[in-house]
Ligand binder design. Sequence first.
Ligand code: MEV
Length: 428
Amino acid sequence: MSKTSRIPGFYNLSIEERLKKIAEYAELNENEIKLLQKEGNLDFKTADLMIENVIGTMAYPFAVAVNFLINNRDYIVPMVIEETSVVAAASNAAKVMRRDGGIKATTTGPVMIGQIQLVDVKDPWYTRMLILEHKDEILQLANEQDPILVKLGGGAKDIEVRVIDTPKGQMVITHLIVDVRDAMGANAVNTMSEKVAPLIERITGGRVYLRIITNLAEKRLVRAWVKVYKEDIGGEEVVDGIVTAWAFAAGDPYRAATHNKGIMNGVIAVALATAQDHRALEAGAHAYAARTGRYLPLSIWEKDKDGNLVGSLEMPMAVGLVGGATKVHPLAKIALKILGVKTASELSEVMGAVGLAQNFAALRALATEGIQKGHMRLHARNIAVMAGATGSLIEKVAEIMVRDNKIRYDYARELVEKLSKEGEADKN
Ligand code: MEV
């Protein structure tokens, strides 16, 4: 019988039944099935409620970065990431960022934007005025959808209306500006946007299509800045190197993409640990980086009048503490307890600070010894494990590969075989 991916009612099956079907389909062996059946710190019942078609869970390393002082407060920062060196780099960077109260960070407030797309209007600019004229009515209707948010001081606060040119002609886009307090906000904003859409149609005689949050959260920015003293990082030469590395990113989108990837290494690792919508954060970050029409670095590194390094970062940071997976995933709850943040804004400040520190660590390494030296040690250990090294052999094999500058699987295999034999001979 030929294999088919068409499995009617798959979502209705239990995790066990689903796994059985997939095991058959993919010819999983007993060990593979056992591994998928292993229940970790996200229990199956919760996982099954979070998304559809669950057949197991997948663990990632959960680490903490130490040394962070942000706005004069100490933080231990949980990070979930698969890439070596990121957590160590963050901790090291944070160590030289503790003077003068540490990294400073603020947010512009938890304000998100819902978009309502209106088409089929002959007079878009006049229509824009009609919508603005009915602002109070629109806001009132939006706020009726979420009395609790309003009670907490949030809710729809304003509207903006734009006329845009598109391949299908001009469209009138209403932005619903919503203070979402401690939520990421997608649910509240999407519900409100959907509810006010018919009213906008009635006001304008046009037709509404999309009603959805924008991830270009330009009203929910985090700003982080820090001074790093030149003597703490190897002198003015290193400062110059970092500024020159940043200038490269400022002048070249190919480099800016990688520069920003370094920032996102920190931001997303914290986002994963605290179960944030990290796709929204990525989308927002890169759209913001390109908002001028040219893709730019999200951070700026300069040399101050005393020759010290000063860095600043500004980017959207749509994170939440209520609603979403943050309140559901047991490990996310623990991550937030370790972090000790009280509001979504405080969480975004920490994440902005971590992004800036991570960026500094990468630029410092790149501008001095290069990134590979630090990476290679950990990489060598991974290769050693892949080649079959266990216990103390892992470190030995890795060390020899780094020493010989030959971090390769075939060499690792050769070493594992040789050292294992020697070990056996020693025992006899
Ligand atoms: C690697 O994950 C991140 C870096 O490439 C960032 C950068 O180049 O700035 C090292």
